[in-house]
Design a protein around this ligand. Structure first.
Ligand code: HEM
Length: 532
């Protein structure tokens, strides 16, 4: 298909050039040809080119549909459906449901491996544990460019660029991952305990002032500030206080995420002339954010050159290793931004969903209180050794990620033939999987709508990691997974230690999909300081 595209593009350009040269030639050498004739010739050329494109696209879509016709999936409707694929029904369905919920419904209707069409693209979706293992572990397929190109260069401007998350080249990725792994080792995480504790304490102090038994607090907003400050401090040595103050990092990171969400859900806005001003403002914002990252990196380079004391944190590792490899400063800025995008909203949503579930499941909350009280008591600083004793808390977090896997879906591109159940998947296919969807399948998790940390508490070894993979799998899994679990445990343990809470009666129990899945009303809670 790629070959066909190239030769078609070349053919169309050649055709236009020859036709246009011929028209211009006529204009100059034929005295009778009038000035306006050249416009009529250009008009004819445009109509002709439009027609050729239409025929080409029709053939391309026809061939594409033929290649995937043996795989089941939602039908497309009539002639419009031939060209638009499943867009019309998806547009209706997303008014009431998140995309992963629609995919879960389609699994029930079409089976564990199905295809769907969006314009001239067909994606395959599967929950098959065997196929997931094959794609993510055994064959280590690369990421498919569709989503990652937008994350790397939204609106044509460099955001995450070709970073750890967005790199499509597995070899380049492996090299960079190798450099960064030590910043997330057990020893490094142990070294972050002071930051995790200190930032959570600032949040608890703020919440204590609001815990009057009446004020409704939007927990997600507060948690967003916490997780931003934790990454800034632990990974990059930046001491912001976003929990109590405004600052540029907070403004830039949050607004850049909002712009990314708009584009992911409405890719046409970049062609909309009425959005021109917004896009220019967004590009400036990305520029400011990158300048901020660049300044931080330069200051660490200078500190290292001057032999000043610096922590052996992520930014130090990145800077030191860039000297001995082909990583330039803009690559480092890509990774700087990536850690905020990948690690901030994900962790705050996980915590907000955990509080939402605890607020609805009082027996679970009470069991958790017992564990926190008996393990931490009134102790202020949670130590690394305390973490392993908070086993039920860990199960609460894991169950939260089963029911509310924060990343809606991830994808891979097949580079060799692969068979999923009885279906041969064409080479080059985009194959999507989703821990959210797998986590909500009755056959993998009986009573899957129920929030039951016991699944993980007493059954841990029995959970199949190819049906539960909120942090992805294989060489491209989440580098920050232990970081976020520890951060989450410390924050939640302190929250439970300090407060009783109720959910606001206006709280929604739905999720809403942005780049990540969020609790729809942001977990609205009314807090009281614990006296029991
Ligand atoms: C609950 C919290 C989190 C969840 C659910 C989560 C989930 C994920 C998932 C699913 C991926 C794979 C993405 C893909 O294939 O496109 C990923 C990758 C990544 N995550 Fe996380 N993440 C979380 C927290 C964090 C934190 C705290 C950090 C950093 C401090 C982080 C940094 C990254 C990075 C850098 C990658 C790319 C890794 C690579 O390709 O080598 N994440 N995460």
């Amino acid at each position: 298909m790629f070959e066909l595209k190239i030769s078609f593009g070349t053919f169309l350009s050649l055709f236009s050039v020859i036709y246009l040269s011929y028209t211009i030639h006529l204009y100059f050498y034929s005295p009778k040809l009038e000035y306006k004739s050249i416009f009529s010739e250009i008009l004819k050329l445009s109509i002709c080119a439009g027609f050729i494109i239409f025929v080409y696209k029709t053939c391309q879509i026809y061939l594409l549909r033929q290649r995937y016709r043996h795989i089941p999936g939602p039908k497309t409707n009539g002639l419009l459906g031939f060209y638009l694929g499943n867009i019309p029904e998806l547009k209706e369905l997303v008014k009431h449901k998140m995309v992963p919920d629609i995919l879960a419904d389609w699994v029930k209707e079409y089976g564990p491996c199905f295809k769907y069409q969006i314009l001239d693209k067909i994606s395959v979706f599967t929950i098959s544990p065997e196929a997931i293992k094959e794609m993510y572990i055994e064959k280590n397929f690369p990421k498919h460019p569709d989503i990652y190109a937008v994350l790397g260069f939204p609106y044509g401007s460099r955001y995450m660029g070709t970073s750890l998350v967005t790199s499509l080249n597995n070899e380049r990725h492996r090299h960079r991952r190798h450099i960064m792994n030590p910043a997330f080792s057990r020893q490094a995480l142990n070294g972050f305990m002071d930051e995790f504790n200190a930032k959570s304490d600032i949040l608890m102090d703020k919440l204590r002032n609001l815990a009057d038994g009446k004020t409704t607090i939007k927990m997600l907003d507060e948690l967003n500030n916490l997780t931003l400050d934790v990454i800034a401090a632990a990974c990059f040595g930046m001491q912001n206080d976003s929990i109590t103050k405004e600052n540029n990092l907070k403004k830039y990171v949050f607004e850049s995420l909002r712009g990314l969400n708009r584009l992911l859900f409405n890719p046409t806005i970049k062609y909309n002339p009425f959005e021109w001003n917004y896009i220019q403002r967004y590009k400036k914002l990305l520029n400011d954010l990158r300048n901020l990252g660049r300044a931080q990196i330069h200051s660490r380079i200078k500190a290292l050159e001057d032999d000043n004391y610096v922590k052996d944190d992520l930014i130090t590792l990145m800077v030191k290793n860039s000297k001995t490899s082909s990583i330039d400063i803009e690559d480092l800025v890509d990774d700087f931004l990536t850690f905020f995008v990948a690690g901030q909203e994900t962790t705050s949503n996980m915590l907000a969903f955990a509080i939402l579930e605890l607020g609805q499941n009082i027996p679970v909350l009470n069991k958790l209180k017992e564990e926190v009280d008996s393990t931490i008591g009134s102790k202020n600083h949670i130590d690394y050794d305390d973490l392993s004793k908070l086993k039920y808390l860990e199960s609460v977090i894991k169950e939260t990620l089963r029911k509310w896997s924060i990343t809606p879906l991830i994808n891979r591109q097949s580079t060799v033939p692969i068979k999923i159940y009885d279906y041969e998947i064409p080479v080059g296919s985009e194959i999507q999987v989703s821990s959210y969807v797998s986590g909500r399948m009755e056959e993998f998790f009986p009573d899957c709508k129920k929030f039951e940390p016991e699944r993980f508490y007493s059954n841990e070894g029995k959970i199949n990691k190819y049906t539960y993979f909120p942090f992805s799998l294989g060489p491209r899994n989440c580098i920050g997974q232990n970081f976020s679990i520890i951060e989450g445990k410390i924050c939640l343990a302190k929250f439970i230690q300090n407060f009783n809470f109720k959910l606001d009666p206006n709280q929604s129990f739905e999720g809403v999909q942005h780049a990540t899945i969020n609790p729809a009303s942001g977990t609205l809670a009314v807090l009281e300081i614990r006296s029991d």
